[in-house]
Write a protein that binds this ligand. Structure first.
Ligand SMILES: [Fe+2]
Length: 226
């Protein structure tokens, strides 16, 4: 493998699940008014320490970042060819509290796997501040897999899985630089760039976006305190 110099120096850590709310199977609910008595789960929540979320895993910036992308929600113009997708994101801290006003900067390749590095249109790039609920939604076309050329050692043609580059920042928190992946990309597990541990290739599962329909992708960024 010749492409190893950019492998990031991060350890795996999966994002912890959100704290659970009271379940409907609580047996107190069948014999007492919910207005009169708290449920067992509610009582437990008062005595347990809150479950903390793991900060989102970082990843390399790559060579295609351009600063000062336009503040907007659409990465491409309406004329851009490709499959339309939406990214619905939210920024929270490790306690699960939303971070209103966080800056979310996103960039991707176009459907052919090409980044716009020159044009004043900043194709494939946008940034915006999260709203009062920590949410920032973007529209785009699905990026293509980009060709990294032929591995001279094996003769294998190498492709990167489709991905979305992100920078997320907010005052009082450590800035996040990472990449998000699509759940159904066939190259996820053979990504030649992401090779964090010897003998292990491929994406980190914690960076795969969720889905809300075929072309609506979701992700919750968890920022660590500064
Ligand atoms: Fe990239």
């Amino acid at each position: 493998m010749v492409i190893t110099a950019t492998a990031p120096q991060f350890h795996y850590s999966r994002i912890a699940s959100q704290p659970q709310t009271a379940g409907s199977s609580d047996r107190f609910e069948s014999s007492a008014s919910p207005q009169a008595f708290p449920t067992r789960a509610q009582l437990l929540s008062l005595t347990r320490p809150a479950e903390r979320l793991a900060p989102t895993l970082g990843d390399v910036q790559g060579p295609y970042y351009r600063p000062n992308a336009p503040v907007r929600s659409e990465l491409f113009s309406v004329a851009e060819e490709g499959t339309r997708v939406s990214y619905r994101t939210q920024v929270v801290d490790t306690d699960g509290h939303v971070i209103p006003g966080a800056m979310v900067d996103v960039w991707t390749a176009d459907k052919n796997g090409v980044y716009d590095m020159e044009s004043s249109e900043f194709r494939g790039r946008a940034r915006q501040q999260a709203d009062g609920e920590g949410k920032a939604d973007f529209g785009a076309v699905r990026p293509g897999n980009y060709d990294l050329g032929v591995d001279p050692g094996t003769g294998e043609r190498l492709f990167r899985p489709a991905h979305v580059h992100v920078k997320v920042s907010a005052p009082g928190y450590q800035p996040l630089l990472s990449q998000l992946y699509f759940h159904d990309d066939p190259y996820n597990t053979i990504d030649p760039i992401i090779d964090r541990e010897e003998g292990e290739r491929g994406y980190d599962p914690s960076l795969v976006m969720g889905t809300e329909g075929e072309n609506v992708h979701t992700f919750k960024f968890v920022l660590a305190g500064a």
